[in-house]
Design a protein around this ligand. Structure first.
Ligand code: CDP
Length: 767
């Protein structure tokens, strides 16, 4: 039945085409000339009644955006003109006075720690300070090859700057290209600045400064373990202590400790940058330990080669007044709404508002509410322009946040903790902080990560507040009491202590680190967590019995996905090309938080039931996502309308299509997917079973069975878990379920749920 019904749900007479259907509209970030053109439909379509009222404001904004973007199309001389103008701004950055000091320190030592407040100019200026240094030029050297013969090679020439987030990597690259007066990335073969983030790389043969996510640097190390194309690696945002930063630091330390053996002795310079002053642990990490001591004594003149030098930049910070909530707040979205309008009505212009929320859902809820209320405000007040900012937002929409507001308009940026230190949005004088963030938390009894909304640390609260005082005195409204503030943890717990380590361990194994227990971790995760991650990798056949990486594991490590999703993709390829294409569609949906528009009220829920009738699949969420992507992709006339009609988020679907295109290309490179010009094998019809079985191969431990009282119990761990209300299977009883994500709010929920059969689960677990 599944087979037939899925076929029927497909639009008739429309061939499944990939890629061919995409280029009708270039994906903004990948437009041919590298220019991001503002696209009207990149902004989510608000309901009709709001639409008209918002249009004017938006039009103006797009006009401003066009002006903002024009320089990308400009000729080289005009790029230089612009860079000259920007130089005046750059000179006023606090870091500018330290340019010589930074160069000197790096000439003298290989490792430098740089501490400076967010906005002091670290990320944008450091690469520009260093690029003309002798140690940044390409060096010819001889490196021993596997056949033991030495070969002349070129080492160095580029600077890498790692970022924890895509949006920061891209916006910094754009800014630094402007400041250097060079086109960005693949826009021109002469471009000196580029970026690489998951699913999007933009570099040229002349790239010398490359912004990339720390995850991408780890990927590059799979092909180039000694980072031979780089002279300098700048590790930014170390204070966030994301797990990838920790791994990057571990690998860099190994390179330094080996005296740059695989680089033909050409030194790699390392700069670790942080917005908070706690650099002691890093100093110890790079400065001590056997390996480095050896390197030091190896020096002929007796001066330690790897002296660690620390440079403090005094930030420019105007006073920020803190206003606490007098009472504990129960609904922070509602409290934020009130704070926003209180500021808008009382406070003079200019002064944009930056609101910190927990995730896409709270951002979108508040976006809706603010737009709704803005309609009724006093017309003599300035206009309001609401701009969301979260990781899964399509790039064009993310970049819009950085454009200046149109005249007599107040920008209200609704952000996740992405804006805490990673990005600088100018014009902000008011910060509203909900005091919470979504954090990954590994639940060892379940053996998987879940996202929990948790109070932030004091250090994060201070960072958030600081965002209001970069350009003038500001105000910070904390939506929690002073007592709650004082009870917060001092700093963030490093992610490596609270997340699933299977991806990290796979990266290490693929990089040839077999002895995980002796890897130089900045903070060593507990042995139990490491063992559990090894077991998970073994379960998905990424490791063999001896703990060595298998061919499957090597294959998965090269995919830009978690090991579990990577395994799903490989399993799907075994089921045939059609199944693989379907799975790519579903995985692309999983890359965004939610493809459906939120339905908060009962009334809306019923409306959505009707609107999405053709998309909902009784097999569960995976096939529902598939039907949605296929319906959306097959719509050639007006996708925005299609999305609206089905109450699907057009904005989310644009991101999905973006990822789908990149993932398809990557599967072709990995030879998993044949060329799309080849006709699809006729007998390879779409069927739900292989798709679900592919998912089970990666998620066999994320399963639960129905027990007689009508609840579900996890097959591993025997924990009670409920189907999330957002699932199409909510309230349904099936033999067993498989899920992609485990969320914990007031109870344990499974999200991304499909019905499976117990014997399928048995098959996978029995392997
Ligand atoms: O790294 P850090 O937080 O110390 O500062 P930065 O990111 O180098 O930013 C320095 C300044 O550059 C900011 O205050 C902004 O004025 C500007 N900037 C920008 O206009 N656009 C960006 N995408 C990044 C920075």
């Amino acid at each position: 039945p599944t087979h037939e019904s899925l076929k029927n749900s497909k639009p008739k007479n429309k061939k499944r085409k990939r890629d061919v259907e995409e280029p009708q509209k270039p994906i903004p970030a990948l437009a041919k000339n590298g220019v991001e053109k503002p696209q009207d439909d990149a902004v989510s379509k608000p309901p009709d009644e709001r639409n008209r009222k918002l249009k004017d404001g938006r039009k103006e904004h797009f006009r401003a955006q066009l002006n903002h973007n024009n320089h990308h199309q400009a000729s080289l001389p005009s790029l230089r003109e612009k860079a000259k103008l920007l130089y005046n701004t750059r000179k006023t950055l606090p870091i500018f006075a330290h340019a010589d000091e930074i160069r000197q320190r790096l000439r003298a030592s290989d490792v430098m720690l740089l501490v400076g407040e967010t906005g002091s100019g670290k990320s944008t200026q450091v690469p520009q300070f260093l690029i003309d240094e002798a140690f940044c030029q390409i060096k010819k050297t001889a490196i021993a090859q596997p056949d033991r013969l030495k070969k002349d090679v070129k080492v160095g020439g580029c600077i890498a700057i790692t970022q924890p987030r895509r949006v920061a990597a891209i916006s910094l690259a754009r800014r630094v290209a402007e400041e250097m007066g060079t086109p960005l990335g693949k826009a021109s073969p002469a471009s000196k600045v580029g970026y690489a983030v998951r699913f999007d790389t933009s570099v040229s043969p002349s790239t010398r400064v490359k912004f990339l996510t720390d995850g991408m640097l780890l990927q590059e190390m799979l092909h180039d373990p000694w980072l031979t194309r780089y002279s300098v690696v700048v590790v930014d945002e170390v204070h966030e202590r994301g797990v990838n930063v920790d791994l990057v630091l571990g690998f860099l330390r190994k390179i330094l400790a080996s005296k740059n053996e695989g680089r033909g002795g050409v030194p790699l310079k390392v700069v670790a940058m942080s917005a908070t002053a706690d650099m002691e642990s890093l100093q110890g990490f790079f400065g001590e330990g056997e390996e480095l001591t050896e390197a030091k004594t190896g020096s002929t003149d007796g001066v330690p080669e790897n002296q660690i030098s620390v440079c403090h930049i005094k930030g420019r910070q105007y006073p920020v007044q803190t206003i606490y909530s007098p009472e504990p707040v129960h609904d922070f979205v509602d409290a934020a709404l009130k704070a926003i309008f209180a500021i808008h009505v009382k406070e003079p212009m200019p002064g944009d508002i930056l609101v910190f929320l927990t995730g896409q859902e709270t951002v979108e809820n508040l976006e809706y509410l603010v737009n709704e209320y803005a309609v009724g405000i006093d017309p003599s007040l300035p206009k309001i322009l609401v701009l969301p900012l979260f990781a899964a937002l399509p790039q064009a929409a993310q970049q819009r946040v950085f454009a200046p507001a149109p005249p007599r308009t107040r920008k209200i940026i609704l952000a996740t903790n992405i804006a805490e230190t990673s990005v600088t949005v100018s014009g902000v004088r008011f910060v509203v902080d909900c005091g919470k963030a979504k954090m990954k938390q590994f639940r060892s009894r379940l053996g998987l990560d879940s996202l929990l909304v948790k109070p932030i640390s004091k250090s994060a609260a201070i960072q958030r507040k600081g965002r209001a005082g970069r350009e003038a005195p500001g105000k910070c409204y904390r939506l929690y009491t002073e007592k709650d503030y004082l009870a917060l943890d001092e700093t963030n717990t490093p992610e490596i202590l609270r997340c699933d380590l299977s991806q990290s361990l796979l990266t290490m194994k693929a990089r040839g680190v077999d002895d995980i227990m002796n890897f130089p971790f900045l903070t060593r995760p507990p042995r139990e967590a490491l063992e559990q991650a090894l077991l998970q990798l073994f379960n998905i056949e990424a490791l063999d019995e001896t703990g060595k990486i298998s061919d499957t594991g090597l294959h998965i490590a090269k995919l830009p996905l978690t090991p579990h999703l990577g395994r799903v993709l490989l399993a799907a390829a075994e089921h045939g090309q059609g199944c693989l294409m379907d799975v790519i569609d579903i995985i692309s949906c999983l890359s965004v938080e939610n493809i459906f528009l939120n339905t908060n009220s009962e009334e809306k829920k019923e409306e959505a039931e009707v609107a999405r009738r053709d998309l909902y699949r009784r097999e569960g969420d995976h096939l529902t996502m598939l039907a949605t992507v296929q319906g959306y992709a097959a719509e050639n006339a007006d996708r925005k309308m299609w999305a609206e009609r089905h109450m699907v988020s057009h904005r989310a679907m644009q991101s999905v299509m973006d990822v789908r295109k990149q993932l398809t290309a990557q599967c072709k490179t990995a030879k998993l997917l044949l060329d799309s010009n080849d006709p699809r094998p006729p007998c390879d019809a779409i069927s739900a079973v292989p798709v679900l079985k592919s998912f089970l191969t990666g998620f066999a431990t994320n399963t639960a069975r129905l027990v007689p009282d009508g609840s579900y119990r996890t097959i591993v761990g025997n924990q009670t878990v409920a189907i999330h209300p957002s699932s199409v299977l909510f309230g349904k009883r099936v033999e067993a379920i498989m899920y992609n994500e485990f969320v914990f709010t007031n109870r344990s929920y499974a999200r991304g749920v499909s019905a499976v059969q117990m014997d399928w689960v048995g098959e996978v677990l029995a392997r």
